[in-house]
Write a protein that binds this ligand. Structure first.
Ligand code: BV8
Length: 241
């Protein structure tokens, strides 16, 4: 019922927005944050992923992000990412609003992507804001322009979200017939306010569907890769007619 229902809703929808979180990338080998094997199980995010950590604990901050960036090089998008790219190519998706910082949606071909929490693969100087090559950050260099601290273009705790990505996601979600939330605990503000902005149908695809307080029209418990493949099978079948 559930995967076929979602396929039908997608075919009936004139505007579908997908909101993804770290659970979209765990099948690629990237840990999420809050489940049993997540980053924050052993690390307090405030000590490595906040503005304070950048200002007061720069070596630890830099080591944490160098390790995150390094571990990305051994990971690849999975079939679920490819399905989402094919859905955009087939005109089934208006936007992917993502909390993920790995750029896997873009890497597999999605073009309409709003990065709500930035990314960890491009670097800027914290002082003068100028962009610098990733290698400078990985080699512990300082800013070549002003000798300031280098940092990834990720949204740290205590930083505001990129205005353009936020406005675009809010606008598209408010105008969507269907919003599909995939692989996120919806614990982080203000992204966790977005699902309630939908006036259309709201679907949650997640390993853990019990732990959220949002009103969803459809809950599909399972891994992103498996559920997306199941929904795509129904879409392929229906669209082939
Ligand atoms: C801001 C760093 C305002 C980047 C991240 C007290 C109460 C409430 C709110 C606050 C508070 N104190 C501070 C705040 C605000 C704070 C916040 O929300 N804190 C919370 C956590 C308490 N938010 C902020 O600071 C934001 N900024 O509010 O600014 C402001 C205004 C004016 C001036 C200045 C500031 C900025 C948000 C920070 C974004 N950066 N981390 C990084 O290193 O990545 S947040 C971090 O969590 C990640 O970036 C990630 O994007 C985000 C969300 O996590 P999820 O993607 O949901 O991942 P999670 O592990 O939680 O869940 C994964 C789910 O997937 C699980 O349910 C799991 O079961 C499921 N899953 C796993 N595998 C699969 C799966 N599902 C399906 N298939 C699978 N295979």
């Amino acid at each position: 019922m559930t995967a076929s229902t979602l396929a039908q809703w997608m075919l009936q929808s004139n505007s579908t927005v997908i909101l993804t979180g770290a659970g979209m990338s765990t099948e690629s080998g990237i840990p999420d944050f809050r489940s049993r094997t997540g980053w924050w199980k052993n690390i307090d995010p405030r000590t490595v992923a906040s503005v304070e950590s950048l200002q007061q604990n720069y070596e630890l901050f830099r080591e944490f992000y160098q390790m995150r960036i390094q571990s990305l090089t051994d990971c690849q998008p999975h079939h679920g990412h490819e399905i989402l790219a094919s859905w955009e190519a087939r005109g089934l998706l208006t936007l992917i609003a993502t909390q993920n910082v790995d750029r896997f949606h873009q890497q597999t071909g999605n073009e309409a992507v709003a990065e709500l929490h930035g990314n960890i693969v491009t670097i800027r100087c914290q002082s003068c804001g100028k962009p610098l090559p990733l290698g400078h950050f990985m080699d512990n260099a300082v800013c070549t322009y002003c000798k300031g601290k280098l940092r990834p273009n990720v949204v740290l705790f205590g930083e505001t979200l990129p205005q353009e990505a936020w406005n675009r996601s809010l606008r598209e979600i408010q105008g969507a017939d269907l919003v599909i939330v995939i692989g996120t605990s919806l614990e982080v503000y203000p992204v966790n306010q977005l699902p309630a902005m939908s006036k259309g149908r709201l679907v949650y695809i997640n390993l853990d569907v019990a732990g959220n307080s949002h009103h969803f029209d459809l809950l599909i418990q399972g891994t992103a890769g498996e559920v997306l493949a199941e929904v795509d099978n129904y879409l392929q079948g229906t669209m082939a007619e």
